[in-house]
Design a protein around this ligand. Sequence first.
Ligand code: ZN
Length: 486
Amino acid sequence: MIGYDRRMKTLLIRNAQCVATLDSQGLELANASILIRGHVIEAIGPAADLPATADEVIDARGHLVTPGLVNTHHHMYQSLTRAIPAVQNAELFGWLRGLYPIWAGLTPEMVQVSTQVAMAELLMSGCTTSSDHLYIYPDSAQGRVRLDDSIEAAQAIGMRFVATRGSMSVGQSQGGLPPDSVVEREDFILKDTQRLIETWHDSRHGAMVNVAVAPCSPFSVSRDLMRESALLARSFAGQNVRLHTHLAENDHDIAYSREKFNCTPAQYAQELGWLGDDVWHAHCVKLDDEGISLFAATRTGVAHCPCSNMRLASGIAPVRRMLDAGVPVGLGVDGSASNDAAHMVNEARQALLLARLRKSLEAPGVNAQGQPVFGCDTAPLEMTARDALRLATRGGAEVLGRSDIGHLAVGMCADMALFDLRTLAFAGGAVHDPVASLMLCASPPAAYTVVNGRVVVRQGQLATLEMQTLIERHNRLAVTLAEAAR
Ligand code: ZN
């Protein structure tokens, strides 16, 4: 609900050097203020036109304000297995086979603590909304892992959360990739998913928790489960219960699809009812032209994960082609074990750099005769700094089906990040162009992160949890998890 209740507390972001609204006109305001009442932006504009006081005031002189960044794909539990030596140099399928036996030892406490570590890292980088794809639910003496563990962790740290109920049901004995010990029964998966939607999903303006339905990938669940999952999500018509999975991540993924299903991943998605404006797929590195057309025609979204795609040598997603065709695209840091640094500003920077690399590989600076071409390329670059920031904010909001986040305007959720332009990363850049500097210079930490009107990061410190205790507890659990698999 949009709250203009006059009794609600006010927060004033005062005298920002620059506010990049990311609205449909791309409006950028100099010396501007933002007044927040409760959870919502009440006013935004030149500092002189807004009140000078409020219940709480943040002096934003020398700061750039952007919408809170939106992360559309993650596996937060993987923070426990960052930089694991055995799979440091593996590509996707080998990497998964090496990690499944370790992840089989996850406990509810590990999920809760690793989710908070992953969220702390995202919040400190200016990210205010994140999705998480939890697809492994081991049962042990410490209890059975549930998606509720990560939802409760999000509530404690104060992050806007799109929790997805992942699943794996086809083990090795059935031709799938994961060991049989980590797969679940399909009837239980569907029943538990329905319970989670009914318990936690909120479809209202300003919702802090959404639940999505997310079988892990075509190579770890059956056709039936993909179909039944789509039917389940769509039985909640009009409530923005979305569908999410991994698709077309690398060449092995394509080969698996051709061999097992005799079609491309995009054709497989179409056959199963997994195209539509209520669906978003992670990666899509190997989406072909037909796939891009299918996605565009159906407004199916893509979570582009540039760092993970480089880490696992999966390839370079055709993001410019997707955007030109009209495919909604957001960014994802992906799981912490395939992108060991979950910094959303850096993810946008890498998206920008990788798009330009792809262009140079597709169209090197030579003419048809193979002679070098100098200084006559007037075509716009593959991706500008502002395009990249747009993917990380508005793009992500669109992919998650949220019209109340992703840009700054009156009536929008009060989700924003402040970056201190007087710091080293911006030296010599912000004086020319603060917005482009955020994307091009060394990715800075957020000075303040505001989620739903609440200051969650203040002066570069997490304000909702004691960080050092959290890190120490997380490190102990990471060692326990790795040792249990030996
Ligand atoms: Zn993933």
